[in-house]
Design a protein around this ligand. Structure first.
Ligand code: A3T
Length: 458
C-alpha cells in the first residue's frame, strides 16, 4: 500500500464520470478545511496487516503531527505500478476507513471509489504538510479464503494447504538425509554442492533455449524451512518481478525461466512431477498471498516435508532455488530406490564428479594422465590414491554416487585401457580402451561449457 499524506487548508472534489464499470460507491461532492488528505493506492498483497499499519500511521499524522480536524481517505490509483484489482482494493479501503474510525475521534470521510474526480487541494506548505509512506513493502503472507485471511498454519489444519507447509524442516530426513550428507550437501559451500548446482544451471539453460535464461536472486538464503514461508514468498515475488534483469552469477541462487517448466523436472528425475504440489498464489481464493499471482511449486517428499522449487506465473515457470531442486532430485531418487530396491543415481551430466579413478600400485602416472584427458572434456575427475584398500576406495566412490568408477593397474597401463564400473549397471565391470572411454564420457556430459578438473586425493 502506498499513501500520500497532505495537510490541506482546504480540499474540495466533485465526481465527474465513472472510471470503472459500476463503481461501488455513489457519486458526490465534498468540501473540508484543515484536513489530512490521504491518497491511497492499494497494492497486490495488501491485507489486514497493511490496513492496521496504515490506519495507525494516518491517525498519528492527523492527530499528532498536523492536528487536523478531518481525515479524508482518497482512493488514488497513481502511486503504484502494482495495483490491486478494483473490487478488492475497494474492500481494503472500506476496512481502512473502519479501522481509522476506531482510532480517531475527529471527522472522517472516504471519497468515492472508481470515479474521475475534479478536485481542488490547497496544501499548507509547511515541512510536514506532505509525506509519503510505503506500507507492508515486503508483502504479506497469509492464506486468503473467501472474505478473509487465515494464517498458513490454519490453512494447513483446514486442509487447504499441504501438511508439509507447516512443518519445520531443517534438513532432509531418513535415507535421503543420509545421502544428502554423503553427497556433501549439508553445507551449501561444499564444492560438491556448488558443482551440482552449476551443472544443473547449465543444463537448464541449455534445455530452455531459446527462452530460458538464468537469473540470480541476491541476497539469498535457501528457504528450506517452510515455516519461513515469508522468505519463500519474498524470493518468488522477486523472481516474478525480475523481468529482464540478467544474472551476473547463476550460483547458487539461480532461478531459471523456461516455458517448458515442470517437464524439465521429470527429465531430471523420473516421475518427480507426481510429488509436486501446486499452491495458488492470489489469484483465486483459497490462495497463498505472496504479492504476485501464479502458483508455487512444492516438492513434497515421501517423508512429509516439502521444498519450494519454483513458481509458475504468466505462462512462465521460474525453477529455483536450484539447490532445492538438487535436493529434491536426490531425495526422490533415494526414496524410490529404497522402496524398489535398486541403486540410486543422478543423471550422469549432473554429477560434479563424472569419474572416480582408483589406481593400483605402479599406475599412478597413467591414472593422472587419463584424468587430465577426461578433465579436458569438461569432466570432474577424482584420483584416489589414499591409503585405503582398492575395495574401500571403490566403495567411497559408490557413496558419492559417482557415475563411473575406473580402476587402473599394470594390465591397463600395458594395454592402454581402463576397467569401468558403471553405476547404472551394478555388479558388472568392463575393460574399455581410452578412446572408447573418452567417447562415453563425452556423451554422458552431453554438452560443453562446464570446466573439468582433477581432484587428487592422497
Ligand atoms: C482515481 N482519483 O485514481 N487503489 C486505489 N484506488 C483504486 C485502485 C487501487 N488499487 N484501483 C482502482 N480513481 N481504484 C481517481 C483519478 O481521478 C479506483 C480509484 O478511485 C481510481 C479509479 O478506481 C480508477 O482506477 C482517476
Amino acid at each position: 500500500m502506498k499513501i500520500l499524506l497532505i495537510h490541506a487548508e482546504e480540499l474540495w472534489y466533485k465526481t465527474h464520470k465513472p472510471a470503472i464499470k459500476n463503481p461501488p460507491d455513489p457519486p458526490g461532492e465534498f468540501q473540508a478545511e484543515n484536513a489530512a488528505v490521504v491518497f491511497v493506492s492499494v497494492e497486490k498483497g495488501d491485507g489486514e496487516r497493511a490496513v492496521d499499519e496504515a490506519s495507525k500511521e494516518i491517525v498519528k499524522y492527523a492527530g499528532e503531527t498536523v492536528k487536523a480536524d478531518w481525515i479524508v481517505i482518497y482512493p488514488y490509483a497513481h502511486l503504484s505500478s502494482n495495483l490491486e484489482k478494483p473490487r478488492r482494493a475497494h474492500s481494503i479501503l472500506v476496512r481502512l476507513e473502519n479501522k481509522v474510525r476506531e482510532l480517531w475521534n475527529g471527522n472522517l470521510h472516504r471519497a468515492p471509489f472508481g470515479w474521475y474526480k475534479e478536485f481542488r487541494l490547497h496544501g499548507k506548505g509547511h515541512p510536514l504538510a506532505e509525506l509519503s509512506r510505503s506500507i507492508g513493502e515486503q508483502g504479506r503472507v497469509a492464506f486468503r479464503v473467501v472474505d478473509g485471511e487465515i494464517t498458513v498454519s490454519e490453512a494447513v489444519s483446514k486442509g487447504l494447504a499441504p501438511r508439509c507447509l507447516g512443518r519445520r524442516v531443517r534438513r532432509l530426513e531418513g535415507l535421503a538425509g543420509e545421502k544428502e550428507e554423503l553427497l556433501g550437501l549439508r553445507s551449501w559451500n561444499s564444492w560438491l554442492a556448488l558443482g551440482l548446482v552449476e551443472r544443473l544451471a547449465r543444463r537448464l539453460e541449455d534445455l530452455g533455449k531459446p527462452w530460458g535464461s538464468l537469473y540470480s536472486l541476491k541476497p539469498y538464503t535457501p528457504p528450506e524451512d517452510l515455516d519461513d514461508i515469508e522468505a519463500v514468498a519474498r524470493l518468488y515475488s522477486e523472481a516474478v518481478a525480475l523481468g529482464a534483469r540478467r544474472a551476473g552469477s547463476p550460483m547458487p541462487s539461480a532461478v531459471v525461466r523456461v516455458d517448458v517448466g515442470v517437464e524439465i523436472l521429470d527429465d531430471l528425475s523420473n516421475g518427480i512431477t507426481k510429488r509436486i504440489t501446486r499452491i495458488n498464489t492470489c489469484g483465486d481464493p483459497p490462495c497463498l498471498e505472496i504479492g504476485a499471482s501464479g502458483e508455487i511449486l512444492l516438492y513434497e517428499s515421501p517423508k512429509g516435508y516439502c521444498l519450494p522449487i519454483g513458481v509458475a506465473t504468466g505462462g512462465n515457470v521460474f525453477l529455483g532455488p536450484l539447490g532445492n531442486i538438487v535436493k529434491a532430485v536426490i531425495d526422490h531418487e533415494a526414496s524410490r530406490a529404497e522402496v524398489e530396491d535398486w541403486v540410486p543415481r543422478l543423471p550422469a551430466w549432473m554429477h560434479p564428479v563424472t569419474a572416480y579413478i582408483v589406481p593400483l600400485s605402479g599406475a599412478s602416472e597413467y591414472a593422472l594422465s587419463v584424468a587430465r584427458d577426461l578433465a579436458s572434456l569438461g569432466a570432474g575427475v577424482a584420483v584416489d590414491e589414499s591409503q585405503s584398500s582398492v575395495g574401500g576406495r571403490v566403495r567411497s566412490a559408490g557413496k558419492l554416487w559417482v557415475p563411473l568408477v575406473l580402476t587402473v593397474g599394470k594390465r591397463e597401463v600395458e594395454t592402454g585401457t581402463v576397467t569401468v564400473r558403471r553405476r547404472w549397471r551394478p555388479g558388472s565391470q568392463e575393460a574399455v580402451t581410452l578412446g572408447e572411454l573418452l567417447l562415453e564420457v563425452r556423451s554422458l556430459l552431453s554438452w560443453s561449457g562446464v570446466s573439468g578438473f582433477v581432484l587428487h586425493l592422497t
